[in-house]
Design a protein around this ligand. Structure first.
Ligand code: M6R
Length: 611
């Protein structure tokens, strides 16, 4: 949510900053801007709309300088127009600042500064901080000291980067609640980024700031201080993925690329972790925490969006195989309740980005109460990964498409691996465990088979592209799949869609069904198959149009439903992976046919780092 990039070094900063912004655009695309320091001061160029508008403006204005900051915005305070675009500057234009997060006392600061003559030109909370820095600056003081002084008066969440012609040749960055890292260059350059994608073209060595840290970046490197002003050292991490991973690689969209990457992302999440003979999983991230895990009496899984759907499936897995009671909580609700978290509870946070503000807040609340925490996270080194007591990574590689696809299926496999691990130390037999391991091993090839249905699903999308509503029905383990299918369709194609437990349909949604209502029914051969067939009959009786996702080669549904999507059969606990993939493709093709911007759907951003 909002992207920040900074560069100080021997090269012209403009092209490097724009390249960084391009890789961060998935974090927000309402407006973008850059500020460069040069001999004549701070030069700012910003535009509303996508990055391409800024690129054009930069070409026309040709700003120059070897030290600068840049930003791509997902609007929180103020409309997505040019005055509200970052960087924001002091009245004399000699300080420029970019910000990710929300300054909660911005109105108070604004009122105080307006009373003494400061003029505000935007509706943003950010502008208050830049004027505050100006107000507090005593001549001769280094930029970092005045930024630190200003931040002591600021309440809220921020990742910021500041430059000023009053103290040139440096960037000051600070973090409290919004991710920020330093890219350690090798040729006299130092970079800043809100995630590693911003800096990966120039360096793989990154240093994540902790909350309360601020840092000075210049051509000699970087210095970090903590909230108390004490110099601190933070570990350097190596980014393990390549630039290729954040490029489209011949696909029209990241979403499609990531859907098609699933056979390999599933192999990656399982690599080195399956123990077929023992019917067990080997998970380095939790191996040293077995004594803690054996004390767990209850699990609370917390997450948002697609990760929350994975959590619902995690509940089935853990209850079924490890026989531990599980509750699933929206992180955004959990954080404001007063949840009962007694001794023996494990809070499990699931997040692709590892930066989702609500999930992080829920996790911190659990930690505050002394509860042990575990993470299932994709982005290595992210805040949730660092703040959980232990956990496992998805190793799915960067997910750039705003609609989460490969992360979801990897989350399901990761949860199966965790469940196997816990279950084998409780009630799960080696034979049962072995069966799950064998089913896991077959999954990537089975997903490849599902992907072969792409053109069939595209034709289906053509037939339904004008639909105004969609209903997704599933029962048991297929109910979260119905929710996920509906979410995918909503977010990329803007068609209203609802996911419902199949049997609940008759308690209300059945009133919506007529010949204009496409209904996707998840009907793999499982324990509730016959019940789902009854729901199909009920839809059919009301002339609803049915698209059934099935596992049978041929069945009574063949003549009954309007369209059949056949996917391979696996064990019930893993079947959601194979039934989800066609729904991802359906959402993608519907969006494409309707001309929607699949990778950057309106109003959304990839990681939601504000409340
Ligand atoms: O990074 P996280 O997994 O914590 O993100 C959670 C949600 O914001 C995310 O899944 C969102 O719902 C996606 N856009 C869904 O496709």
């Amino acid at each position: 949510m909002c992207g920040i990039v900074g560069y100080v070094g021997p090269e012209e900063a403009g092209p490097i900053l724009l390249q960084g912004l391009k890789r961060l655009e998935y974090r927000g695309y309402d407006s973008a801007g850059i500020a460069l320091l040069n001999g004549s001061g701070v030069q700012v160029v910003k535009r509303s709309g996508k990055l391409s508008s800024l690129e054009q403006a930069v070409q026309e204005d040709s700003p120059s300088g070897t030290c600068g900051i840049a930003h791509t915005r997902w609007a929180t305070h103020g409309a997505p127009n040019q005055p509200n675009a970052h960087p924001h500057t002091s009245s004399q234009g000699d300080i420029a600042l970019v910000h990710n997060g929300i300054i909660e006392n911005a109105n108070d600061i604004r009122t105080q500064l307006s009373a003494i003559g400061y003029v505000f030109t935007s509706e943003t909370d950010t502008e208050a901080v830049v004027h505050l820095i100006d107000r507090l600056w005593v001549e001769g003081e280094p930029l970092e000291d005045v930024v630190a002084a200003a931040l002591r008066r600021v309440e809220g969440a921020y990742g910021i980067a500041v430059v000023s012609s009053r103290d040139p040749g440096k960037i000051v960055i600070a973090r409290n609640g919004s991710p920020l890292l330093i890219g350690v260059g090798k040729n006299g350059e130092t970079l800043a980024g809100s995630d590693a994608a911003a800096v990966i073209a120039l360096t793989r060595d990154v240093v994540y700031l902790d909350d309360g840290d601020y840092a000075v970046l210049d051509m000699d490197g970087y210095r970090i201080k903590d909230i108390h002003g004490a110099q601190v050292s933070r570990t350097t991490h190596e980014v393990t993925w390549d630039l290729e991973a954040i490029e489209k690689g011949g696909y029209e969209h990241f979403m499609l690329k990531e859907i098609f990457e699933q056979p390999s992302s599933l192999r990656d999440v399982m690599r080195g972790r399956l123990m077929e003979e023992d019917g067990d999983s080997r998970l380095g991230g939790i191996a040293h925490h077995q004594p803690n895990l054996s004390r767990v009496r209850r699990v609370v899984i917390t997450a948002c969006g697609t990760s929350w759907h994975a959590a619902l499936l995690g509940e089935y897995m853990i209850e079924e195989l490890a026989r531990i009671p599980v509750e699933v909580e929206y992180a955004s609700e959990f954080r404001y309740r007063n949840p009962v978290l007694e001794d023996g509870t494990l809070v499990l946070a699931i997040s692709q980005s590892g930066e989702t503000a609500d999930t992080l807040a829920a996790l911190r609340e659990a930690k505050h109460r002394g509860i042990s925490t575990m993470g299932v996270v994709n982005v290595v080194g992210s805040t949730i990964a660092r703040e959980t007591d232990y956990g496992i990574y998805l190793h799915a590689g960067p997910e750039i498409g705003v609609a989460s696809t490969k992360a979801f299926t990897s989350q399901l496999v990761a949860l199966a691996l965790v469940t196997l691990n816990i279950g084998r130390r409780r009630h799960l037999s080696v034979v049962q465990g072995g069966g799950i391991v064998r089913a896991l091993k077959e999954l990537p090839d089975q997903v490849e088979k599902v992907l072969e249905l792409d053109s069939q699903i595209r034709s289906l999308a053509e037939a339904y592209a004008d639909a105004r509503n969609f209903l997704y029905l599933g029962r048991g383990l297929q109910f979260p799949v119905a929710l996920e299918g509906a979410l995918k369709l909503k977010e990329v194609s803007y068609i209203h869609a609802e996911g419902y437990p199949a049997a609940e349909m008759k308690h209300g949604p059945i009133a919506l069904i007529d010949e204009d209502m496409p209904v996707v029914v998840l009907a793999p051969r499982d324990a509730v198959y016959q019940k789902v067939v009854s729901s199909i009959e009920e839809v059919k009786a009301r002339r609803g149009r049915i698209i059934a996702v099935v596992t049978d080669e041929a069945s009574e549904l063949d003549g009954k439903v309007d369209h059949i999507i056949r996917v391979p059969q696996t064990i019930a606990l893993l079947q959601p992976i194979l039934t989800t993939v066609p729904l991802q493709l359906l959402a993608y093709h519907m969006a494409m046919i309707r001309g929607a911007d699949v990778d950057q759907p309106r109003n959304l951003a990839k990681s939601v780092t504000v409340e």
